[in-house]
Ligand binder design. Structure first.
Ligand code: NAP
Length: 263
């Protein structure tokens, strides 16, 4: 693994790092020189990821097993992270997307769980890491959301609702955070991960179509003519985390192969 040095000396917490976009982001930030802490619930996968990074850059990556739904436990984890290794300069807010379904069929609990996992967890992490970012005059917060921020996706009722909340949250913070600390969003399109596979399977179950037919329909709406790769989304996150992106603030960058029609 070749290494660039843009993020030398920077410490990055990547949430939802055990698979898909989060995993690829952890790798991309490590390649740019950051010391990565990978967060998710599945320890075995985090061990695999950090072993891979540390094989290339010894001692540079660590992990924390955490459930973003459990904010009390998260408080303790944040305390130890800040106590052990100093400030966290880069925070990637990324986590599992809500299950598919019509908004009219969702329960209050479904909405509350999603709000808590996405917005409240991000709020806690940001408010706790901000003093360190401010002190270093370097902070980069990148939220992995969805193109549904601009064009809600049929059949993803809870997800559409929560993504819009995250986008409003992020734009608001972009006006509140101090100079040197930016916040931006990356909006993945159809990206080849476990999440996309499980959404495809659930549509297949509901409609009787095959997974191949569903994939074909998805791809037919993408001018690039293929699914995205997690590494392509990760590259956008890593750029927004870099010093070069210091004047980009409060933006939402779609990585969707050109699928969205809105300007
Ligand atoms: N893939 C796409 O096409 C696509 C498109 C638009 C938006 N997105 C969104 O982008 C985000 C990442 O997508 P992905 O495709 O990479 O998903 P993924 O492969 O399902 O990965 C989700 C990650 O979040 C972690 N996670 C889930 N719930 C968690 C919790 N309560 N606490 C801590 N970690 C948790 C998972 O790890 P553990 O299970 O180990 O905790 C996993 O590492 C999701 O919000 C997704 O909806 C994806």
């Amino acid at each position: 693994m070749a290494r660039a040095n843009d993020l030398n000396g920077k410490r990055a917490l990547v949430c939802g790092a055990s698979s898909g976009i989060g995993r690829a982001t952890a790798m991309a930030l490590a390649q740019k020189g950051a010391r990565v802490i990978a967060l998710a619930r599945t320890e075995a996968r985090l061990v695999g990821l950090t072993d891979e990074i540390n094989a290339a850059f010894p001692g540079e990556a660590g992990y924390v097993v955490a459930d973003l739904d459990d904010r009390l436990a998260l408080q303790g984890i944040i305390d130890s992270l800040l106590g052990e290794g100093g400030p966290v300069h880069i925070l990637v807010n990324n986590t599992g997307g809500p299950p598919p379904g019509q908004l009219l069929d969702a329960t209050a609990d479904d909405l509350q769980t999603a709000f808590s996992r996405h917005v409240l967890a991000a709020h806690l992490l940001i408010t706790r890491f901000l003093p360190g970012m401010r002190e270093c005059s370097y902070g980069r917060i990148v939220n992995v959301i969805s193109t549904s921020v601009r064009e809600p996706i049929p059949g993803l009722g809870v997800s559409n609702t929560i993504r819009a909340a995250m986008a409003g949250f992020s734009k608001t913070l972009s006006h509140e955070l101090p100079g040197g600390v930016t916040i931006n969003n990356v909006l993945p399109g159809y990206t080849d991960t476990e999440r996309l596979a499980s959404l495809g399977e659930s549509i297949a179950d509901r409609t009787g179509k095959t997974l191949e037919e569903i994939l074909e329909r998805w791809v037919s709406n993408v001018p690039e003519g293929r699914l995205g790769r997690p590494e392509e989304v990760a590259a956008a996150v890593a750029f927004l985390a870099s010093p070069d992106a210091g004047y980009i603030r409060g933006q939402s960058l779609a990585v969707d192969g050109g699928r969205m029609k809105s300007i």
